[in-house]
Structure formats: structure tokens, C-alpha cells
Write a new protein. Structure first.
Length: 220
């Protein structure tokens, strides 16, 4: 069970310290938005390169951008450990996944709430991780969309039936109150922003979230 805090909820004026405060997490989730694919604008490759230099944990970069076929490799070269592109934005998703792996990073694909899990069936064996968005991408702090929950179970079934070893990540509205349910549905990687950064003891909160997920995934 991986806990990847989203730095979208961090203090951008003190990011090095904010990264240190989540050093017990598995990876730092970094949202890249271009104000085209989603209505928000955040970081670029130069910023990610600097984050990689100061972060005590690997970077899990989530590209919410148009034309990831062109730009994704740049984030691999900037120091990301995992690069996620959106199925809805990629022109040649299979080639992109293979190119990311060839660049030495984990290749991941994300789907928005409106995208059917069946649409990634041909891609599932090409990626290392599938990200199911449980909110509309673009802004942090949103409550989870209940209608996306069944997609998590569907995605886990697709992964299991494929025979591939693929992580299943959820991003959006993950909290103490729902992480157990998300894990029981099949998720094993969790992006949490305000649920961690609003806690006075972030290390303990990361431990708590991981424990809740583990218990739900192994109910016996």
C-alpha cells in the first residue's frame, strides 16, 4: 500500500521543507497542469528537476497536459521516477508508455471520471500503473465522486484478468474516512493532499492512512 502525498496542497514557498515533512511516504505526487487539458496551471520541467534534487523521496509526476507524447519524456529526464499521462490526451499511448519505460521511469496511464475502464484494455499490459481519477482533474481539495468507486473494482478486475503486474492508484478526495473502502475495492496506491498536509503530524498521518489501507486489503 503506497501513500503518495500531493504537493498541490503544500506551501509552495517552502517546498523543500514540505517535502521533508512527508519523507515517510512512498513518493511525492507532483501535479503538472497546462491550463489547457485542465483549467489550472502549475509546474514545468525545470521545477520538477529542482524538486528531484531536494526531495528525500521519489517523484510521482502526474501530467494533466495536452500532447504528453511530446512532453512526457522531458519529465523523465528531469528526474521523475514515475510519469503518468492521461489516456484522453495521448495520441499514441502504447508508444508513449514504451518510450517512458525506455527512458528508465515507471510508465502510468490515468483516466478521468468520464472515461470507461474498458478504454484502457489494450494498454494495460504496457503500463506499470493505472490511475483512476476519483474527482475531475484540475484542483485539489475536492470531495470524492461516489460514481467513480465502481470503476476501481472494475479496474482491479481488468488488471487481474490481464495477468500483468500493474499498480492501481486513486487520486481525488482520499481521506481517513474512505481509504479503507478504496483499498477494499482494489486500489493499492493512494494520492492524498489535504488529508496529509492539513495534519499537524504528517508522518503519523501517513502511517495511519497506510495502516487503514493495509487492514482493509487483508481483512482476515
Amino acid at each position: 500500500m503506497q501513500i503518495n502525498p500531493s504537493i498541490l496542497s503544500a506551501d509552495f514557498a517552502n517546498l523543500e521543507a514540505e517535502l521533508v515533512s512527508i519523507a515517510s511516504a512512498d513518493m511525492a505526487h507532483v501535479d503538472v497542469m497546462d491550463n489547457h487539458f485542465v483549467p489550472n496551471l502549475t509546474l514545468g520541467t525545470a521545477f520538477v528537476k529542482r524538486l528531484a534534487q531536494v526531495s528525500p523521496i521519489p517523484l510521482d509526476v502526474h501530467l494533466m497536459i495536452e500532447n504528453p507524447d511530446k512532453w512526457a519524456i522531458g519529465y523523465a529526464q528531469a528526474g521523475a521516477t514515475s510519469v503518468t499521462f492521461h489516456l484522453e490526451a495521448a495520441r499514441e499511448p502504447i508508444s508513449l508508455a514504451r518510450n517512458l519505460k525506455a527512458a528508465g521511469v515507471r510508465a502510468a496511464v490515468a483516466i478521468k471520471p468520464s472515461t470507461k475502464v474498458s478504454e484502457i484494455a489494450d494498454l494495460i499490459q504496457e503500463v506499470d500503473m493505472l490511475l483512476v481519477m476519483t474527482v475531475e482533474p484540475g484542483f485539489g481539495g475536492q470531495p470524492i465522486l461516489v460514481e467513480t468507486l465502481e470503476k476501481i473494482a472494475e479496474a482491479r478486475k481488468l488488471i487481474r484478468n490481464s495477468g500483468a503486474t500493474v499498480a492501481l492508484q486513486v487520486d481525488g478526495g482520499v481521506t481517513e474516512s474512505n481509504i479503507a473502502q478504496l483499498a477494499s475495492l482494489g486500489a493499492d496506491s493512494f494520492v492524498a493532499g489535504s488529508a496529509i498536509y492539513n495534519s499537524p503530524d504528517r508522518a503519523n498521518q501517513i502511517l495511519r492512512l497506510r495502516g487503514l489501507a493495509l487492514a482493509a486489503s487483508n481483512p482476515e
